[in-house]
Design a protein around this ligand. Structure first.
Ligand code: BTN
Length: 265
């Protein structure tokens, strides 16, 4: 028999630490916070909007996957940003977001790390790890110019039965303790807000990111958008944030695609 989780308290907006210049709205139920924030941006909402939902019912993941979570079990939210950086630095935003989330969770989860480009994993130094957070950054054109919708889904309180795949986990499953979501949301927002400036110095960001990216040095299968799979060794992150993979047929530079860590023999 599966055990039901204990009743889950709602987020408490009164106690939330909101970064300067940002404004937070909490909704009871939302199909997708990314879709909702994109719509709001097109309708004229200014950057700094943070939309959080207690229950995301039709969330979007990377590569057209779904991201749905039981009510009050997670942190599912999107932040509207307009990075004031050259177009060449925009591809760094998804990586920066992963870096900011891992930094915010590192106190609670000491073995947290990033799989390129921005899966936040625990216990991934040697094995394949367990995913605790997914990130989807989408560029949206508005009459005032392009904006970024930064979508973050953190598995906070899910039980094993509530996780969608075997290689997922939640913060409370890892720590063995209940997690107070309002405080954690404030930490993650503070981390993202505080680290945004790294987009102005992508070489510093590249070094900081590479330090916590467990993909580097690993054998990986790269699933390319066209459907091909190429195996090689992840050698580096280049100046654009792309993953450089050494294969038997030469060097492959991967700007988009899915990377799977190959389990060591
Ligand atoms: C992934 O596939 O790993 C990315 C998952 C991103 C999920 C978040 S939850 C909040 C935001 N709204 C969405 O519809 N998706 C993102």
């Amino acid at each position: 028999m599966t055990q039901s989780p204990a009743p889950r308290p709602p987020l408490d907006p009164e106690r939330l630490a909101v970064p300067v210049g940002w404004r937070v709205e909490v909704q009871e139920e939302t199909p997708s916070t990314n879709a909702a924030v994109a719509e709001r941006a097109r309708a004229g909402d200014e950057p700094g909007l943070v939309l959080v939902t207690e229950h995301q019912t039709s969330g979007r993941g990377r590569l057209d996957r779904a991201w749905e979570t039981p009510a009050r079990s997670s942190l599912t939210f999107s932040v509207l940003l307009r990075p004031d950086v050259p177009a060449t630095s925009w591809p760094w935003l998804p990586l920066l977001t992963g870096y900011a989330v891992q930094a915010a969770l590192a106190d609670r989860l000491p073995d947290i790390a990033l799989k390129w480009p921005n899966d936040v994993l625990v216990d991934a130094a040697e094995g394949v790890g367990r995913k605790v957070c997914g990130i989807l950054v989408e560029r949206v054109e508005t009459p005032e110019g392009p904006v970024a919708v930064v979508g973050i889904g953190i598995n906070v309180d899910q039980t094993l039965d509530e996780l969608p795949v075997a290689l997922a986990t939640s913060v409370s499953l890892e720590t063995g303790e209940p997690v107070e979501r309002t405080g954690l949301l404030g930490q993650v927002l503070g981390s993202l807000h505080g680290l945004q400036g790294l987009l102005d110095d992508v070489e510093s960001l590249r070094r900081a990111y590479a330090d916590v990216c467990v993909t580097l040095g690993r054998t990986v299968d790269v699933h390319l958008p066209a459907g091909d799979v190429r195996r090689g060794e992840a050698l580096d992150i280049d100046a654009t944030g792309a993953l450089v993979v050494g294969t038997d047929d030469g060097t492959l530079t991967v700007a988009a695609g899915d990377v799977v860590h190959v389990r060591p023999a």
